[in-house]
Every structure is written in structure tokens, then in C-alpha cells.
Design a protein around this ligand. Structure first.
Ligand code: 26W
Length: 789
């Protein structure tokens, strides 16, 4: 991958001229970014073709990662960093009078996901390319990704996102790879005659690994009509009706469902899930057969991973294709499918578990309904589970049970979560299929989240332990030997300070709030959800504010509370929390008495790019979910890598973070999973907790009086009533412990020599949380694929 400045320069100019049709003196920043993107993209073609050739020449088994979400973010800088073109690209673009980072920031995020599950899929794609795991990601090419968020009067307002209004330089349309997808209709004999059809048309994006050693394909499907246009109707003057088939088909890939963790039984969603899954499976079979292999050999060559239950129709669909189109016997088809399929569970929340009314499922997918019933009876006959266990129950098709039964391995995403999958989500199926549930603790890609997002710290790391840690993250352990070296500690601190200064500049410019880089940057960024307890954080912020006002002259560690995250549009309780955070921010930030000692900022429209700014500048990572409710968390790992200690509960992967980093470098508080379950059963548990906490009483009183909503003093009375009387998420029960943990944070931060050691130890001990480790573990335990690199 040796590339001189002159070649890259010439390539950028060539694309500007011949691909974009622009003369340099008239080129806009957009044109320059596109030209650079194409020039960089050219460098991916070599490894991409090479990887594909090797996979087929060596008859390698491939993984197919089926996901309704891929939360990718921007790709230009990622490609540049992975190809090692970072310095070159800066220099070349500067030569054209263009600021490289300015161009990078012009790229719209590919926001084809809601949160953790979608971002995990994107990290996995990058890691599969880095470790040399032959893989295809399959998803939907949503025209509109996750909605844009803005605040009006402190409240969330959504508007459509439209990343595709600009040309997407990273994708290749593949109109020749198209499949017909059927819905509804009848069964005639054993044959399904769909009543509606659409075409799934492929768009490929290459995914390049570290140092360009391997590249895989992300294949996203766009829905197209089978018949383009009703010409007869058009000629008769009925112009709107003429376009109907097109409009109908397009709705399928029009928009990403913005519901994170609340499931709604909408027919369009079921159709989207089947659209993705059927297109992917037809493509997998076509490729397998084109290589001259037989359908019976499928499990030796193909591993299919279902990212949650969203593509769980893959079980019945693969059986349908094998039985109806390849004349395989039903039981053989079922065993073949099971040998290929794996299912990852990402949530225990009952409201997130997909269940389809049998009438809807049977109407949209009549053949699959028959197959599901046969799978259920095969399962009963073969394994004799307890009589009440089944896929179809109470007139619903339960996708969790379907995915479980149709897979050879089921996995949770952290050690704690995987145990809870065994004991509380699928206890009977676990007893019926011992050993089928395994753990695969999540990870994140250190290329995007450290090498790319945090250049200052990456430089310090390379200076200390040499290059190459980016693809061998356990090597960060070597930083431990430098922690007692004052020069290293100063450099570590200086890198953090540089990131904080950059963030302060961005916040001043975008939010109009001045924050001091001397303050402790305390960051909670993630979807807004009651179980993640942003409410606990803002209540403690109020307590802190109150104390500062009571003791105006006491020396205190200055803090900036930073929030980021979107609520599902229909999630009223989450939207109320957003409103409260913004209301508190307005009061606190205008309080001259408190001044720089406390600021609250909540920039709107948190996304992958914003995470890349915020996380490297964070001093403290807020991971404060109610124990037993966060499957893993992956933001927690990104903060740790970037040298921000965690304040958190024993939940999800926090447990493993604590284990790796040690209790001295983690601010632990709160009830455990078992204690939380018992506490909820205690009568009046929240009222008792409030009565027992002087500070919490004051905080709730301030809100009740309308101190943060003077224009509408009773604005939060509903919210307060819920804290007093329900409080399922145990905000009151954990308040004092959280407040005390925050005091320990202040104490530690007050001594920079203590703090920098803690921060550096977090980075040094974060190697386990590389998604390379996660992917190698899936390859070994679930996919049975050896690495090609
Ligand atoms: C059907 C509605 C729906 C949509 C999305 C239900 C559930 C989901 C996802 C499972 C929610 C999700 O993103 N889960 C998160 O997955 C991450 C990656 O494993 C974990 O780190 C998070 O803890 C988990 O909340």
C-alpha cells in the first residue's frame, strides 16, 4: 500500500475532473470531499477483490451477519486511517487549500440504526475485516436513517434524516443482484402463491480492515417495484395511480423504525424483516450453488448470524427455500438450517421481545406460518420440552423461541447478561438444550474509537509502547510500565486536555455555553430510556447545584455535566426526562452564583460523529442503569479505552470492566441484580427511600415547586408521582449511593496525580474490549471459521 503524495494528488484531481466534472477553481468543499473519497476508495478495490478471490479459491467458510441495523457513521476518515493514509491525505488536501478534517466533517452519518445493537454490527464488520474473517453483512438500505433531533422549548422534536440526498461515494449499486420477495397470497397444494411481490436490489459497500489486509462486503437491499409503472393508467390520465406500484414497494426500505427497546407489532416492520431475510438467504444460496456446491453442504460453508430476533424469520425461510425450491425433506432442511444459524440476544426487557399475532403472521407469510407450526411439533417430538414451551402461544408467534429453536448456538452479550438469558429469559429451553447458550462479551473497534477519534492519545500510546497496538489491543497492558513515569503521565494528561479544549470550542460555537477545560467533564451519552436512568443523573445534578448554592465560598471541583441521546418518538416518559434535563440546564447555566462550578450541556442530535467528539474528551463515564437491565453496553468500553473511569452499577459489561480495571479505578455503587429484584417487591420501596434521604427530598421538592419550570410549575408532577409510587427503575433506592459515589469522584479528581493514574489504568486495561477479541471468539465458538490473516 505504498502511495506517494504525487499519486494521491493526481488521483484526487482526476476524480474531481472526470468523476465529478468540476474544474478545480470552481470546486466546492463537497466536490473536494467526493474527489478524495473516490481516490481513497480506489485503494480499497485491491484488498477487496483479493479477499474475495482468496475466500473462493481456498473454499473458506463465510459468515453472513443479518441485521436490521448498521449504525456506521462516517466512512472517509475510517478508510483513510485503516489504509494508513492519514498524514498523506492531510498534506495533499492542504495543498489544494482544503482542511482535511473540515472535509471529513462534511460527510453525513450513515445512521442506519438506533443505538447499541446497530453500532455493534458496524464494529463487527470492521473487526471481521481486520482479523480476516470472510463475511458479508446484510441489511436494509433505508432511504431515511434514524430521525434528526432538535429541541424546541427544551423538548425533543423529530425530523426526517436524509443522508442519501448527496451521492454516497462508498456504495456500488448492483442491479444485477436482485431477488423477488413475496408477501400474502395463498397456499395452493404445497405451493405458496404470493399476493404481492417486490424486488430487493443490492448495494454493496466495501468494509476495509486495519492496514488494508482484508476487505468484506456490506450488502444493503433497496426495495423496487416488480412492475415499474402502470403505463395504461398513465395514458388514461390517472397519473397518481400509475405510480402506485412504485410507491408501495419503496415504503419497504423507506425508513428505519426508530423504536429502541419497545416493540410494536406493525405489519410494515414484519415485512421489512422478511424482505431483508429472504433477500439475504436467496443470495447466500445462489452464491453457494454457483460455486458448484450442494445444498446439503451448506453448514460446512455458511454461518448465518441473526442480530437479535429481527431476522429470526431466517429459520422458516431457509427451510422453505430448501424444501419448496430444492426438494429437500423437511427434517433434513430443518437440521441443515439449524447447523447454519446462530442467534444473538441483546435485551431482556419484556417490552422489546418480538411477538407477532398469528393472524398477522399468517396473512403476511402464510407458508411460513405452516412451517413454524411444523418446527414447533418437531421440537416437541424430538426434545420433549415442558408442555407450556412453544413458538406459537396465546395466538402469537414468539420470535425469541423461534430463533432459539432454529439455532445451534444462542448467545448473550456480556457474562452477566448471558447468565440471565439462561436463568430468566429461556430457563426451560436452557434445560432442554444445555450448552446451547454461550456468552460472547461485546467489544468495540479500537481503530474508530481510539486511533481515529483520539489522535492525541493514540500518539502518546504509540510513543510509549510502539506501533501496532491498534490490531493487538492487549498490548495496551504495556502502558502500565509507564504510569510511574512523570513524563508519560504529563503527556497522557495533555492529550486529554487537548480533547477537552477542542470540545469546549465546539460547545461554545454550537451551544453558546462557555465551559472550562479545567472542569471535570462528566458524560452520559446513549439512548434516553428509563432503565438507563438519565433521571438519576439529573436529580443528582440538582442536588449538586443545591449544595453549591448553600456553600458559595467552599472550594469545589468544577463540573460539566454533558448529556446526549435521543428518545423514541412515542416514548412519553423518556421525553419528559429530556425536557427536565434541558430545564435544569437553563436554570443552572444562568446562575451567576454557581458560575463555572457547574454547567449542564445537552447538544441535540447525538450520533456516531458526536460520540467521536465527546468520548475522547470525557473524564467520567456514566454507566448507571438499574442492575440486570443493560445487556452489555458498548459506550462503557469506548470511554474506558479513552481514559475515562466509570461511575456505574454492576450491570452488563460494567461487571467485566470492573474486573479488568480493579475496584480502585472504578466508582461502583448501587443495588445488585438480585437486590434490585427483591427491592421492587418491598412495599412502598420508593417512598421509603425518599423519606430516608434528606437530599433527595430537597431535590424532589425543588422540582415540585417549579424551580426549573417557572412558566409551568406543575410540569413534572406526573414524573414526581411516578418516582414516589412506582419507580420500577429504582432511582430513589439508588440515589444516596450514587450521590456518595459522585463525592468519591470529586475527591479523586481533586488530586490530578491520583486521577491521571486512574485514567491511564483504564486505557491500559481495556484490551479485552476490542471487538477483534469478540469476533475471534464467535469464529471459534459459534461459526467454526479459522482466521484468514
Ligand atoms: C423490535 C424493537 C427493538 C429494537 C431494537 C427491540 C430491541 C432492540 C435492540 C435489542 C436494543 C439494543 O440496541 N440493545 C442493545 O444492544 C447492545 C449491543 O449488544 C447492548 O450493548 C445494549 O446493552 C443493548 O441495550
Amino acid at each position: 500500500m505504498h502511495l506517494t503524495k504525487d499519486t494521491l494528488r493526481a488521483d484526487v484531481l482526476r476524480h474531481l475532473t472526470y468523476t465529478l466534472g468540476k474544474d478545480a477553481p470552481h470546486a466546492s468543499a463537497y466536490d473536494w470531499r467526493m474527489a478524495l473519497s473516490y481516490a481513497v476508495r480506489d485503494r480499497i478495490m485491491g484488498p477487496w477483490f483479493q479477499s474475495t478471490r482468496r475466500t473462493w479459491a481456498e473454499g473458506r467458510k463465510r459468515v453472513y451477519y443479518l441485521s436490521m441495523e448498521f449504525l456506521i457513521g462516517r466512512l472517509l476518515q475510517d478508510a483513510v486511517v485503516n489504509l494508513g493514509l492519514d498524514d498523506l491525505a492531510r498534506e495533499v488536501m492542504a495543498g489544494f487549500g482544503q482542511d482535511f478534517m473540515g472535509l471529513v466533517e462534511g460527510e453525513p452519518d450513515a445512521a442506519l440504526g438506533n443505538g447499541g445493537l446497530g453500532r455493534l454490527a458496524a464494529c463487527f464488520m470492521e473487526s471481521m475485516a481486520t482479523v480476516g474473517c470472510p463475511a458479508y453483512g446484510y441489511g436494509i438500505r433505508y432511504e431515511h436513517g434514524l430521525f434528526r433531533q432538535r429541541f424546541e422549548g427544551g423538548q425533543q422534536v423529530e425530523s426526517p434524516e436524509d443522508w442519501l440526498t448527496q451521492t454516497n461515494p462508498w456504495e456500488f449499486p448492483r442491479p444485477e443482484s436482485a431477488y423477488t420477495i413475496g408477501f400474502k397470497g395463498q397456499i395452493e397444494g404445497e405451493r405458496w402463491v404470493p399476493g404481492e411481490t417486490v424486488v430487493a436490489s443490492a448495494h454493496d459497500t466495501p468494509v476495509i480492515g486495519w492496514q488494508g489486509g482484508w476487505a468484506n462486503t456490506l450488502r444493503l437491499w433497496a426495495a423496487k417495484p416488480t412492475t415499474l409503472f402502470d403505463l395504461d393508467r398513465f395514458n388514461r390520465g390517472d397519473h397518481t395511480a400509475a405510480a402506485e406500484p412504485e410507491a408501495l414497494a419503496r415504503t419497504l426500505s423507506r425508513v428505519l423504525y426508530p423504536d429502541d427497546t419497545t416493540y410494536q407489532g406493525k405489519e410494515l416492520r414484519l415485512k421489512q424483516e422478511y424482505f431483508l431475510t429472504s433477500a439475504a438467504l436467496q443470495d447466500i444460496l445462489r452464491r453457494h450453488l454457483a460455486a458448484g456446491l450442494s445444498v446439503a453442504d451448506l453448514p460446512a460453508h455458511v454461518a448465518i448470524q441473526m442480530n437479535d430476533t429481527h431476522p429470526a424469520i431466517a429459520g422458516p425461510e431457509l427451510i422453505r427455500l430448501l424444501v419448496d425450491e430444492h426438494a429437500m425433506a423437511f427434517d433434513t432442511a430443518l437440521e441443515t438450517a439449524r447447523a447454519c444459524l446462530g442467534y444473538t440476544n441483546h435485551t431482556l426487557l419484556p417490552e422489546a421481545l418480538e411477538k407477532w399475532p398469528t393472524y398477522m403472521f399468517g396473512t403476511v407469510l402464510p407458508r411460513h406460518m405452516q412451517i413454524v407450526e411444523r418446527i414447533d411439533s418437531w421440537h416437541r417430538r424430538t426434545f420433549h420440552p415442558p408442555h407450556y414451551v412453544g413458538i406459537v402461544k396465546h395466538h402469537e408467534v414468539r420470535m425469541g423461541e423461534l430463533a432459539f429453536i432454529m439455532s445451534h448456538k444462542v448467545n448473550g452479550v456480556s457474562a452477566l447478561h448471558s447468565e440471565l438469558v439462561k436463568t430468566s429469559l429461556f430457563p426451560e429451553l436452557h434445560r432442554t438444550h444445555p450448552g446451547q447458550i454461550v456468552n460472547q462479551t461485546n467489544g468495540v473497534t479500537p481503530r474508530r474509537w481510539l486511533a481515529m477519534a483520539n489522535r492525541p492519545l493514540s500518539g502518546v500510546i504509540t510513543q510509549a509502547i510502539g506501533p501496532g497496538w491498534e490490531a493487538d489491543l492487549d498490548r495496551l497492558k504495556g502502558l502500565e510500565n509507564h504510569i510511574e513515569d512523570k513524563g508519560f503521565r504529563d503527556a497522557f494528561q495533555a492529550a486529554k486536555r487537548q480533547n477537552k479544549q477542542a470540545l469546549a470550542g465546539w460547545i461554545a460555537a454550537s451551544q453558546g455555553v462557555q465551559i472550562s477545560p479545567d472542569a471535570l467533564f462528566d458524560v452520559q451519552v446513549k439512548r434516553i430510556h428509563e432503565y438507563k436512568r438519565q433521571l438519576l443523573n439529573i436529580l443528582q445534578t440538582i442536588a449538586h447545584w443545591h449544595r453549591l448554592r448553600e456553600t458559595p465560598h467552599a472550594s469545589a471541583v468544577p463540573r460539566v455535566k454533558i448529556f446526549g441521546g435521543k428518545s423514541a418518538p412515542g416514548y412519553a416518559a423518556a421525553k419528559e426526562i429530556i425536557h427536565l434535563i434541558n430545564d435544569v440546564a437553563a436554570v443552572v447555566n444562568a446562575d451567576a452564583q454557581v458560575g463555572d462550578r457547574l454547567k449542564v450541556v445537552y447538544p441535540a442530535n447525538y450520533n456516531v460523529s458526536m460520540a467521536e467528539r465527546l468520548i475522547p474528551a470525557a473524564d467520567l463515564s456514566e454507566q448507571i442503569s438499574t442492575a440486570g437491565m443493560e445487556a452489555s453496553g458498548t459506550g462503557n468500553m469506548k470511554f474506558m479505552m479513552n481514559g475515562a473511569p466509570t461511575i456505574g452499577t454492576l450491570d452488563g459489561a460494567n461487571v467485566e470492566i470492573l474486573q479488568e480495571v480493579g475496584a480502585e479505578n472504578f466508582f461502583l455503587f448501587g443495588l445488585t441484580t438480585d437486590e434490585a429484584i427483591r427491592r421492587r417487591e418491598t412495599p412502598n420501596q420508593s417512598a421509603r427511600a425518599i423519606e430516608g434521604s434528606e437530599m433527595l427530598k430537597i431535590v424532589l421538592q425543588l422540582i415540585a415547586e417549579g424551580r426549573f419550570s417557572p412558566d409551568q410549575p406543575d410540569r413534572y408532577h406526573g414524573l414526581l408521582h411516578r418516582i414516589w409510587h412506582h419507580d420500577h427503575f429504582l432511582v430513589a433506592a439508588d440515589f444516596d449511593a450514587y450521590d456518595a459515589a459522585q463525592a468519591r469522584v470529586d475527591q479523586a479528581y481533586a488530586d490530578p496525580e491520583i486521577w491521571v493514574r486512574m485514567a491511564a489504568r483504564n486505557t491500559a486495561r481495556s484490551g479485552f474490549f476490542s471487538s477483534d477479541r469478540t469476533i475471534r471468539s464467535y469464529m471459534k465458538d459459534i461459526w467454526n471459521i479459522p482466521p484468514a490473516l
